[in-house]
Design a binder for this molecule. Structure first.
Ligand code: ZN
Length: 98
C-alpha cells in the first residue's frame, strides 16, 4: 500500500465506523475507534489481491467494522465459500463499473 492508499483506507474505515454507529457489526458492542477493526470478508492476502485486485479486496463492501473478537466472523473465503464470494466480487465489480 502506498501512503495515499493507506490514508484512503483509514478514511473509509472511519466512515464505515460512524455509519455503523460506532459499534461492532456482529455483536453490536460499542467500540472506540482505536478498537475498531476493518475485518475483510475475502481475506486480505497477496494471493487474493493478485486474483481479484486491490480495489475489490479493500472495497468497503468487502469489509465490516468489528471488535477484535468478531473479526473472524466477517471471513468469506472463496476456497470454502465459492458461491457467495463470487457473488460479492460481482457486486463490487458492478459498483466499480468493471
Ligand atoms: Zn463484536
Amino acid at each position: 500500500m502506498t501512503g495515499r492508499e493507506k490514508l484512503d483506507a483509514e478514511e473509509q474505515k472511519k466512515r464505515m465506523y460512524y455509519a455503523q454507529n460506532c459499534e461492532c457489526y456482529f455483536c453490536h458492542k460499542p467500540l472506540r475507534y482505536s478498537q475498531a477493526e476493518f475485518a475483510h470478508c475475502i481475506p486480505n492476502t497477496k494471493c487474493y489481491i493478485k486474483k481479484y485486485g486491490a480495489e475489490i479486496i479493500h472495497n468497503k463492501k468487502n469489509g465490516r467494522i468489528t471488535c477484535h473478537g468478531c473479526n473472524h466472523k466477517a471471513l468469506l473465503d472463496p476456497k470454502t465459500n465459492p458461491v457467495p464470494a463470487t457473488e460479492l466480487v460481482a457486486e463490487i465489480e458492478n459498483d466499480l463499473g468493471v
